[in-house]
Design a protein around this ligand. Structure first.
Ligand code: C2E
Ligand code: MG
Ligand code: MG
Length: 554
């Protein structure tokens, strides 16, 4: 009676069949789970429950386990009387008589359908975006690695496209998140319908999608694909009677042209997307691996220069400026040098161009001004009053606090007269920002600091600009000076600049004076001030005073 009560009241379904696998009894739980009453099922083969979801091999293994070990357990998908498929965790044992022959089989099972469903849901949640139903980042990574392997095998191209909607935030902000969500669902649907099986579209963030297009034969197909995607996205979507239109900025990187790993490909596509945004949105941009390397290298250079600055590896050399007529030394130009621990003494062209668009050039420029002022003071203390000119970069004068910093620097050296400090700015830089240049120059003039237009003649100063810019000096570019003895056009330019300076009441100086003949010619053309290797090369600060004293003697 006890056994019978266990049998009847168990939560597990129990089936007992005979050696021929004919069911001889089932319990209540069995009937509740499967829908078959005892009367209906007794005498049948349990095969009647088979769902058709398992192949022959599955049953062969089951029977061979059972016959060999007397026991099988595992999960089976079976079918209820009403046709529903359900999952059960089952264990089946063979019952033997004293002689060892099988007399019965006893199967005990649980309905685990619900558990299976939860499992599936969890899997879905882990792999799909809940809003759009598109694969998420996790599944994308999976698909990407599959696509990469496949592309390597079939010698085709794989496009990794990073897509960011333009103007989506505006829709969200003005119509609310509900509408924004609907728009995302709509776009996700349109794009999924477009791509081929085997391709992937994933949503990886708010309005960010990644599309993997495999099976691309050549680069010419890229354009068509991107144009098509853009077309789909820019098609207006009507939600609650209101038509919404967004566009996309798409970054594309092409494997194996860009022969990188999965993470790097995504990063590259992201970078290219950023380029597309920068270039004005609603477009695609293909990642350029060379450009990326270039940027990477530049970053490293900038970092190295930053370290150099911290380590005080920079110093100023000084090149004299003289009056050819009187033999007077009129000043020194400060020229930056990098005492590189491995590469030796480097000139500005080896490092300044790398940072001209970086704030580091401003920091270094500030240092140059401070250093120059400190040098003027040191010379002054030995009884030598020597004006110094420093070169300033375009980015420096564009900084809003240029004047403030200049004032502070001058205040830091109260014993130095501001008239001893001069600034040289490339004519081309001054022209880039005429208005700023004008303001900065006028204000500096009030502080006592004058400006020279460096490399004059290489820009395209109009006479009206020249009239407006309060510069003290025009510095004739050395290329004209160098060739003026043999090139009449260059000579005419030098002469022209000298006259221009006279008309506008500016000083004029020639740079790149390499020989005595150059000097003589300049005097003949009316230019008295000069600078160049023919007079002296740039030298360390310690050599300046000796040089000045020697020069005066000769
Ligand atoms: P720059 O201001 O026009 O300076 C003149 C350049 O010509 C210097 O080169 C100088 O050494 C060189 N030079 C002088 N006389 C002769 C000559 O007779 N023949 C030849 N062939 N060259 C001569 P450097 O020192 O290499 O400087 C190059 C440029 O770098 C400078 O041209 C200036 O624009 C820039 N620079 C130098 N120092 C600084 C700085 O501290 N800050 C900024 N922003 N730019 C600087
Ligand atoms: Mg200069
Ligand atoms: Mg110059």
């Amino acid at each position: 009676r006890l056994h019978a009560s266990v049998f009847d009241n168990a939560w597990e379904g129990i089936v007992i069949s005979d050696a021929d696998n004919k069911i001889i009894t089932v319990n209540n739980a069995f009937s509740q789970i499967t829908g078959y009453s005892a009367e209906e099922i007794v005498g049948q083969n349990p095969r009647i429950l088979s769902s058709g979801l398992h192949d022959d091999v599955f049953y062969q293994t089951l029977w061979s386990d059972l016959n060999n070990t007397g026991l099988w357990h595992g999960e089976i998908w079976n079918r209820k009387k009403n046709g529903d498929v359900f999952a059960q965790r089952a264990s089946i044992s063979a019952v033997h008589d004293d002689a060892g022959t099988v007399t019965h089989y006893v199967a005990v099972f649980n309905d685990i359908t619900e558990m299976k469903q939860t499992e599936k849901q969890l899997k879905t949640m882990a792999h799909y975006d809940s809003l759009t139903g598109l694969p998420n980042r996790v599944l994308l990574a999976d698909r990407l690695s599959q696509n990469l392997a496949q592309t390597k095998r079939n010698n085709k191209l794989l496009l990794v496209c990073f897509l960011d909607l333009d103007g989506f935030k505006a829709v969200n902000d003005s119509y609310g998140h509900d509408i924004g969500d609907k728009l995302l669902i709509e776009i996700a649907g349109v794009l999924s319908a477009e791509i081929r099986t085997g391709d992937t579209i994933a949503r990886i963030g708010g309005d960010e999608f990644v599309i993997l297009l495999s099976d691309i034969n050549n680069i010419d197909e890229v354009d068509a694909s991107m144009v098509r995607i853009n077309e789909l996205i820019t098609t207006p979507v009507v939600i609650n009677d209101i038509s919404h239109r967004v566009s996309a900025s798409i970054g594309v990187t092409i494997f194996p042209t860009d022969d990188s790993d999965a993470d790097t490909l995504l990063r590259h596509a992201d970078l290219a997307m950023y380029e597309a945004k920068q270039a004005g949105r609603n477009r695609y941009h293909i990642f350029d691996a060379n450009l990326d390397q270039e940027i990477h290298k530049q970053h490293q250079h900038i970092e190295r220069i930053q370290i150099a600055f911290k380590n005080k590896e920079f110093c100023l050399y000084y090149q004299p400026k003289v009056n050819l007529k009187t033999g007077e030394v009129v000043g020194m130009e400060a020229l930056i040098r990098w005492q590189h621990p491995e590469r030796g003494l480097l000139g500005p062209f080896d490092f300044l161009p790398l940072i001209e668009n970086h704030d580091l050039i401003v920091k270094i420029g500030d240092w140059v001004i401070d250093q120059a002022l400190s040098q003027i003071l040191q010379w002054q203390m030995t009884g030598n009053i020597i004006p110094v000119s420093v070169n300033v970069a375009a980015r420096q004068i564009q900084h809003s606090d240029f004047i403030e910093k200049l004032e502070a620097a001058l205040a830091h050296y109260p014993d130095v007269s501001s008239e001893l400090l001069e600034m040289e700015i490339l004519e081309t830089s001054a022209l880039e920002t005429v208005q700023t240049a004008q303001i900065v120059m006028s204000t500096s003039k009030l502080l006592g600091v004058s400006f020279a237009l460096d490399d004059f003649g290489t820009g395209y100063s109009s006479l009206s600009y020249l009239k407006r810019l309060p510069v003290k000096t025009l510095k004739i570019d050395q290329t004209f000076v160098r060739d003026m003895l043999v090139d009449m056009a260059d000579q005419a330019i030098v002469e022209g600049v000298v006259k221009l300076a006279k008309v506008f009441h500016r000083e004029v100086i020639a740079e790149g004076v390499e020989t005595a003949e150059h000097g003589a010619k300049l005097l003949e053309l009316g230019c008295r001030l000069a600078q160049g290797y023919g007079i002296a090369r740039p030298m360390p600060a310690e050599k300046v005073i000796d040089w000045v004293q020697n020069y005066k003697k000769t």
